[in-house]
Design a protein around this ligand. Sequence first.
Ligand code: SAM
Length: 212
Amino acid sequence: MSRFGPDPLAFFEAVYRDPAPWDIGGPQPEMTELLEEYSPQGPVLDLGCGSGDLAIHLAANGLETLGIDFVEEAIAQARSKRATLASDIAARLEFCVADALQPSRLKRTFGAVVDSGFYHLFDSEQCTRFVDELASVLRPGGRCYLHEFAVTFPVPNVPRQITEAELREEFAAEKDWRILTIRSGEFLSRVAPVPAIVACIEYVGTNGAKPF
Ligand SMILES: C[S@@+](CC[C@H](N)C(=O)[O-])C[C@H]1O[C@@H](n2cnc3c(N)ncnc32)[C@H](O)[C@@H]1O
């Protein structure tokens, strides 16, 4: 069973009936700092994009960006924000309802994937399959940006702790990944900041991905 009960979609739909705790009115600052330090190539895929602030930030910085989330209300909120943007930014931005655990189903490839609080929702077996999915949609030299909880709270229905050791194992050199940085940080929320881990990892393989 998922960390969020037998029906994770119903769980997240219920969360979006009120302002979501992760909806801080903008992208996570440490994710935007990471993107400044290790610049992404477009097009960018934002996995579990929520109400769209990170995708909007990327499009405002000139990158073609697709945000996906499985909650229709989250995508509706993201599209409402898109409707208020300058037309050149909005033209670079797309949001759709889709399963972010299976981005290969989009039948598209990307220069970068951003994951702000998505990976940590899943148990390690699911994450292993998810990392293979990431490789299949990233172009050679494409980068993956992660910002996840570094703690597990002793309550149900919360993300799990992601460690540097786990990321080094999942994104191993033998699986064609090259770690550019992994460091500690904070994940801001409407409740309180949470200790976090931040990483930028490059896909150096060609398996399943089309070259630029
Ligand atoms: C912790 S929130 C983070 C939202 C956003 N990235 C942010 O930083 O504000 C996780 C998001 O993942 C979405 N999600 C969970 N499982 C999903 C799945 N299988 N496919 C697509 N979205 C999913 C949830 O609906 C939620 O919007």
